[in-house]
Design a binder for this molecule. Sequence first.
Ligand code: ZN
Length: 151
Amino acid sequence: MADEKTAPLLTPVPDDDGAPFWDYAARGELRIQACAAPGCGELRFPPRPCCPHCQSFDSTWRRMSGKGRIWSYVVPHPPLLPAYAALAPYNAIIVELAEAPRIRLVGNLVTSADAPLDSADPARIRIGARVQAVFTETGGVTVPRWVLERP
Ligand code: ZN
C-alpha cells in the first residue's frame, strides 16, 4: 500500500465504458468521452455507450486542458471513520471543466500531484477558484487531482 496520507481509501474500479479515462490518466492526460457522430460531438460524462443527444454509439476521447473551476466542495468534520480521521482535514471538491462547464468531476484539492490529501489549507478553498488537473498513481490506478492555478 502507498503512503497512508496519499492513498485514497476508495480506489476506482474501471469498467469497460470508463477504462479509457483511466488509461489516459495513466499517461497524464485528462480526456472526456465525446460523440464521434458527424455534426454532434457532444461530450459526455460519466462515460457510456450511447450519445444522449443523437443516440450514436460512435465515440472518441477528447483531450481537455485540465483547467477548471471549483464548483462545490466539502471538508468532512469529525466524527470520521478511523482511516479517514488519519487523513483529515482533507477535502472533496467538484470541478467544472473549462471546456465543458456542465461536466463536473469529483476529486481532491492538493498542493502538488503527490502531496498528502490534507496538504491544501481548507480555509483557502473557494467556489469559483481556478484549478488545474495533476495526476498521481495510487493503489495501482492513476487518478486526477487538482491544484490551485494561483496557490
Ligand atoms: Zn451524439
